[in-house]
Design a protein around this ligand. Structure first.
Ligand code: ATP
Ligand code: MG
Length: 277
């Protein structure tokens, strides 16, 4: 099967201009990283702050161009720098950010936030737009009465549900989730993770899931890539990476993190296996 996402040797340099007392500098944020994700699977990207996770997320989401390397979505090469991205390919990849407070326009009602992608990208008639937005609200565990409320009237967890709903309005193939639960309370984290897991099963979505929290990664991931200073120092199935970490950075990272609830993980894996058969 053609992977939904394939990245080959992605490089991203940032050029910082010099000043009177400062030398110009190049930051090598991502140094040649390759990976692929099959449909319905989750690749988790883990690593400490500044290792290049969000940079990679922006490249995969086609927000930022890579300095070098190749990005394929559904087997089709995409080149942001060439400016030839079709709305069709942009639609396929959506992103959910960490901060549920900053990512929703405070002046817009939830219904309008959800309908906006349809207005911009499709010719869906108004009545149908409203129906689709209402249906999506329910899908993410909210209610029709929330349609006319403003973002400030919601909790962090609810806002993240809204951000997920918005990302799903155009029926994407791939969701890039950049620390989607890191700003939430632990109990709320679990609810949002369960929602993401259910949506993945139901819609056969592919996820790139960025996190610095290994217990979350263990719960969500099929494959794991560990990044360290812009490089992938570890890449393999979740079981491989967790049971036999190769790189000294990964070993330290794993040693520092408490073990996750094994039963929850087993239950999710059993559900996934059952859904696949
Ligand atoms: N627009 C930019 N201009 C210059 N340097 C940048 C820019 N964006 C990121 N960087 C640098 O690139 C490196 C990787 O940053 P990135 O945001 O991808 O890390 P991250 O892994 O997402 O970190 P965190 O866990 O803190 O979110 C860092 O050294 C950062 O300072
Ligand atoms: Mg980041």
């Amino acid at each position: 099967m053609t992977p939904v996402l394939e990245a080959k040797n992605i490089v991203r340099d940032y050029y910082l201009p010099g000043g009177l007392f400062k030398q110009a500098k190049t930051v090598h944020a991502v140094k040649g990283v390759s990976f692929k994700v099959e449909q319905g699977k989750t690749l988790a990207i883990v690593g400490e702050s500044g290792c290049g996770k969000s940079t990679l997320a922006r490249i995969v989401t086609m927000i930022d161009p890579a300095t070098a390397g190749e990005l394929m979505i559904d087997g089709k090469k995409v080149d942001i720098a060439a400016g030839d991205l079709t709305p069709e390919i942009r639609r396929k990849v959506q992103i959910v950010f960490q901060n549920p407070y900053g990512s929703l326009n405070p002046r817009k009602k939830i219904g309008d936030i959800l309908m906006e992608p349809l207005i911009i990208n499709t010719k869906t008639p108004a009545a149908e737009r409203q129906e689709l937005a209402m249906a999506m609200l329910k899908k993410v565990g909210l209610q029709e009465i929330h349609f006319n409320r403003y973002p400030h009237m919601f909790s962090g967890g609810q806002r993240q549900r809204i951000a997920i709903a918005r990302a799903l309005m155009l029926n994407p193939r791939l969701l890039v989730l950049d620390e989607p639960v890191s700003a939430l309370d632990l109990s709320v984290q679990a609810q949002v993770l369960n929602l993401l897991a259910d949506l993945q099963d139901e819609l056969n979505l592919t996820y790139v899931f960025i996190s610095h929290d290994l217990s979350v990664v263990r719960y969500m991931a099929d494959d794991v890539m560990v990044m360290y200073f812009g490089e992938a120092v570890e890449y393999g199935s979740r079981d491989q990476v967790f049971s036999d970490p190769q790189h000294s950075y990964t070993k330290t990272l794993f040693a520092a993190t408490p073990r996750a609830d094994v039963e929850t993980i087993r239950a999710r894996l059993a559900r996934k296996a059952a859904a696949a058969s």
